[in-house]
Design a protein around this ligand. Sequence first.
Ligand SMILES: [Fe+2]
Ligand SMILES: [Fe+2]
Length: 188
Amino acid sequence: MSEMTSQDGATVYDWGTSPDEMPSLNASVLHAIAGQVNAELRASHQYLAMAAFCEQRKYPGAARWLKHQSMEERKHALKLLEFVLARNAPVELEEMPAPTVEFKDIADVFVGALLQEQQTSAQINDLCELAFASKAFSEMAALQWFLTEQVEEEQTARRWVSRFQRVGNDAGALLDLDRELATRSSSD
Ligand SMILES: [Fe+2]
Ligand SMILES: [Fe+2]
């Protein structure tokens, strides 16, 4: 930036380039975060398929819980999308692969949910590692929320997996768990 004096004597600044020509800071980190938008959407899609499986097998509580989870993942995708756009970087939405629709039983659905959360945690860790190595401080701050969120997501999924494993095929206990899953509010 250099200072210049205009004809009327006022000081004006020459910034050297127009904002549109300036490359986004940390372009590679933002590109990777834009990739995570797609990963969160895939997770949302998978949870919806799990909800449909449970609904078909007459577990409305589990179906409701999984639908909420699907909406949460969509919110995560939007949060990341808005962040990348706020940083003036592009987001490319990819084609959505078909989700897994076959599960052994309801317990298997929750094992799948836990595996998916663990995979997401690994993805967020990789993003943090990249942001850290790139000294992308704003990106690190934005990813902090997702690190904390993943601890909670994994813990919740792990609890349901162990509860389903404990009750096995006991029909009454399975109905109790389903009833409990139905109590999830939209903010949980
Ligand atoms: Fe997520
Ligand atoms: Fe999640």
